[in-house]
Design a protein around this ligand. Structure first.
Ligand code: GLV
Ligand code: MN
Ligand code: MN
Length: 396
């Protein structure tokens, strides 16, 4: 049987690495000191649980059961401002299930905490490399928003790296996660069994104009990078109108304006352009609109535009058999209070689905809030999710 008190204590301990000081918030970006310290602690817990601890070249941390086994887990890195449960919940629940299974002579269960799920460098970078979706050499060239390369960041793993972990040793993967949206919180359900995960595209865009004096440069002579971005953002909503559905989303979440000074007409802006949808062809049509509009705006305003590498993951369906295990478990632990639902957030499960059967289980997010310090889930729901995961993994 799983031990809810031990599980909750471990979850709170993991939060202490990079605790933000605001509510239960966490600042634990991939490869930061807090992230590496958290992974060292996690590795020690895995070892104490009798698992063989391995770290691959990306910094993905595995606690391996002997022989072939089910793999459970998620990620323990956070967004630049993140909550205490995003990823952490799936890792600690996996640890508790693997540990209790060993204690009670249950089936072999391995645990993983993938690295850089939150995309400091790419999109679910650690699992993308492990699953062969992204070549290590291509990943190494990716940079974060401050210009640090992944190659440089992962050099900081030092002697933690033990070597590659064979993807063939696992029979399947189940990831437990908070929902990160409002569906379960508003329906009152305690568990979500995921049907599909949406697809994503993400690329950096640069408008280059002319830096000049903000007092002396007449408006009609300006080649203002910020004005170009503003026109692009407004124009995009208009151009997307006949393509998108109410579920389609797009975000300009990071903007770097140069030189970012009150009295200077900005000469350059670099920004992130991200869009998500359940259909690959819609993602492709949106890309065409994005590139065409950016070209048009640059030309009309005397700027140049350039596009960084396009990162992305296609939508995936969850494995029917593993999903059925979660559905049975949900009906036993939360009779009549669970639902099937798609995931609008990205997860490592998408990459792992290329290698083995994969399924996901959600618990509610209070107020539907995530990627924010305010992210939280009621304790009874955390424990309910743990019990569903344990049942699905074969612990009665
Ligand atoms: C994962 O954190 C996502 O951005 O969906
Ligand atoms: Mn996550
Ligand atoms: Mn996240």
């Amino acid at each position: 049987m799983v031990n809810p008190e031990r599980f909750l204590a471990d979850l709170h301990k993991l939060r202490s690495f990079g605790a933000s000081g605001v509510g239960k918030g966490v600042v634990r970006p991939a490869y930061s000191d807090a992230d590496l310290a958290a992974r060292d602690w996690l590795g020690a817990q895995m070892r104490d649980a009798g698992l063989d601890v391995q770290t691959d070249g990306m910094g993905n941390l595995f606690g391996l059961a002997e022989g072939r086994s089910l793999l459970l887990g998620s990620h323990s890195d956070s967004q630049p401002e993140g909550g205490w449960l995003d990823g952490a919940l799936g890792v600690i629940a996996a640890l508790e299930v693997a540990r209790s299974s060993r204690e009670s002579g249950g089936p072999p269960v391995s645990v993983v905490s993938f690295q850089d799920e939150e995309g400091r460098f790419g999109v679910t970078t650690g699992s993308a490399v492990w699953a062969g979706h992204l070549k290590q050499t291509d990943a190494d060239a990716l940079t974060d928003h401050t210009g640090v390369s992944l190659a440089h960041a992962r050099a900081g793993l030092g002697r933690r790296v033990t070597g590659p972990v064979d993807t063939g040793r696992f029979t399947g993967f189940i990831e437990m996660h908070i929902e990160q949206g409002p569906t379960l919180d508003s329906s009152g359900d305690r568990i979500g069994v995921v049907t599909d995960i949406v697809g994503i595209r993400d690329m950096r865009v640069t408008f280059e104009g002319e830096q000049n004096h903000a007092g002396t440069t007449p408006m009609h002579l300006r080649r203002d990078a910020f004005q170009a971005l503003a026109a692009f953002s407004t124009g995009l909503s208009d151009r997307f109108r006949n393509i998108v559905t109410p579920q389609t989303v797009w975000t300009i979440g990071h903007v770097s304006l140069h030189p970012n000074a009150s009295s200077i007409v900005p000469g350059r802006v670099v920004f992130s352009m991200q869009w998500r949808d359940a259909q690959s062809d819609r993602l492709a049509r949106m890309e065409t609109v994005i590139r065409a509009l950016a070209d048009e705006i640059a030309e009309a305003r005397g700027l140049t535009v350039s596009f960084g590498p396009m990162l992305g993951l296609d939508p995936v369906a969850m494995d029917a058999a593993l999903r059925a295990c979660l559905e049975d478990a949900a009906e036993k632990e939360a009779p009549g209070a669970w639902r099937m639902m798609p995931s609008g957030a990205l997860h490592d499960a998408t990459n792992v689905a290329a290698l083995m059967p994969v399924a996901m289980v959600f618990v509610p997010s209070i107020g539907g809030i995530s990627h924010a310090f305010e992210e939280d889930t009621a304790e009874p729901d955390l424990v309910c999710g743990l019990r569903v995961l344990a049942r699905a993994a074969g612990l009665g």
